[in-house]
Ligand binder design. Structure first.
Ligand SMILES: [Zn+2]
Length: 431
């Protein structure tokens, strides 16, 4: 039993989904709050006075006006694309060919992959992202590097070897058999080891043959407790390409469904151009959609229908999609989600944005019983936000009438400077 520590500050947690109930019913806010942490877990949350009285021997760390919340959960990213983030002027297919594939080619070198994983987690942690779900490259070395670095830092992460056996350059293709064998070996080595989880990872239908999709489906059937991550309906050109490659498929989702790649635990990145049938099937099986707003604007993909999909009861997470996304910050990602909502005439409340970046993404990856909220028994991955991290933010927050007005300028204008402290399983990783 590690000695208990009492963290003091403003506290914000969720007790319900703010897409279902009003913000004041969904969230619990305490101006003078406290979180009791020991053994890597949140033991209690309440008012500072009450918890200090109940735990007089606990070590006290006072964050003053800092806002203590759960850490951010990034439900879709590509750590190997860290080095090519913010590459100019291409849409999806050209962007993959021009920037992504040449960079991913380098990850067969274990030393290069290890350096990239280190840099990636430095960046995500400094931005307050405590859990990430990442694609690796086709090289097993890239997945080994990702998990080894996450393990060394005690992070709860999900990752998987990306599988591609067609429509990718030489040196960046596996085969149906080697994709299956390598994925299986990595899964057996890393899945459930400490805080690590494996996701079966076909990149997307255009880069896998039918044989590879079948092999991935078979592996998922053998390991149904694993997640499965891929991409779905990101751009209209891509949707047409898929229709040409799979002439017998009813739609894009059918190219996954037919081969056993649709189910609960399936994470479908982007999901912008969905048909009625696809929406109905995704809802029916309770699969997860992952919204990547900075990527969708940066690569010019389109406007995700958050309001419509939430109203249908879809399970939805939020993600950076780095390096197609243009920021490692989940604050910037929330801002982009807000802007896309505005362009669709359906702006989101700050409570909804913050829930998506924490509890919503944890729910999308089926770990909301472990991470994404401050509550007794949850893993103590938490952050402390400075709600006045720049002069522009500070002057706006000073006029705020409530916590949502105080938080919203940081959501819209904040970055890593707003992340004052980060705790991983209770242990300091920043600040
Ligand atoms: Zn992606």
């Amino acid at each position: 039993m590690t000695d208990p520590e009492l963290l003091l500050g403003q506290t914000l947690s969720f007790r319900a989904d703010p897409f279902l109930v009003p913000p004041q019913e969904a969230a619990t806010y305490d101006r003078h709050g406290a979180v009791l942490v020991s053994d890597g877990k949140v033991q209690a949350i309440g008012s500072a006075d009450a918890l200090r009285a109940a735990h007089p021997d606990a070590k006290v760390t006072d964050y003053g006006d800092g806002l203590i919340t759960a850490g951010f959960v990034d439900a879709h990213a590509h750590y190997p694309q860290t080095g090519i983030i913010a590459s100019w002027g291409k849409r999806l297919i050209d962007w993959l060919n021009s920037y992504t594939f040449p960079e991913e080619m380098r990850f067969g070198d274990p030393a290069y992959a290890a350096e990239a994983a280190k840099l990636y987690f430095d960046l995500t942690l400094s931005n307050g992202t405590t859990s990430t779900v990442s694609f690796c490259t086709i090289h097993p070395e890239s997945t080994e590097a990702f998990f080894a670095e996450a393990q060394a830092r005690g992070l709860r992460v999900v990752g998987g070897k990306t599988c591609m056996d067609r429509n990718a350059p030489d040196g960046l293709r596996d085969t149906a058999q080697s994709g299956y064998d390598d994925s299986k070996r990595l899964l057996e080595k890393w899945h459930g080891r400490g805080r690590l989880s494996y996701a079966i990872t076909p990149r997307f239908s255009p880069t896998s043959t039918v044989e590879q999709l079948e092999a991935m489906g078979a592996l998922w059937a053998e390991h149904p407790n694993c997640l499965m991550q891929t991409h779905l309906s990101e751009q209209t050109d891509e949707v047409e390409w898929v229709a040409g490659l799979f002439p017998d498929a009813r739609d894009y989702l059918d190219t996954y469904e037919t081969y056993g790649l649709l189910g609960p635990g399936g994470l479908y990145g982007h999901a912008i151009y969905l048909t009625e049938r696809e929406r109905a099937r995704l809802k029916e099986v309770d699969a997860s959609l992952v919204h990547c707003p900075t990527s969708n604007t940066f690569i010019g993909s389109g406007l995700f229908d958050m309001a419509g999909l939430m109203a249908e009861g879809q399970r939805i997470g939020l993600a950076t999609d780095t390096g197609g996304g243009s920021s490692f910050s989940m604050l910037r990602t929330m801002a982009a989600a807000y802007e896309i909502g505005q362009l669709r005439g359906t702006p989101m409340h700050a409570a909804q944005l913050y829930w998506l970046a924490t509890q919503g993404s944890a729910r999308a990856i089926r770990m909301d019983n472990l991470i994404g909220n401050l509550a007794p028994g949850m893993e103590a991955d938490l952050i402390v936000l400075d709600l006045a991290s720049t002069p522009a933010i500070a002057q706006r927050a000073a006029r705020a009438g409530d916590i949502w007005e105080a938080l919203f300028p940081t959501i819209m204008m904040g970055d890593d400077r707003a992340i004052r402290a980060v705790r991983i399983a209770g242990v300091s990783a920043k600040g």
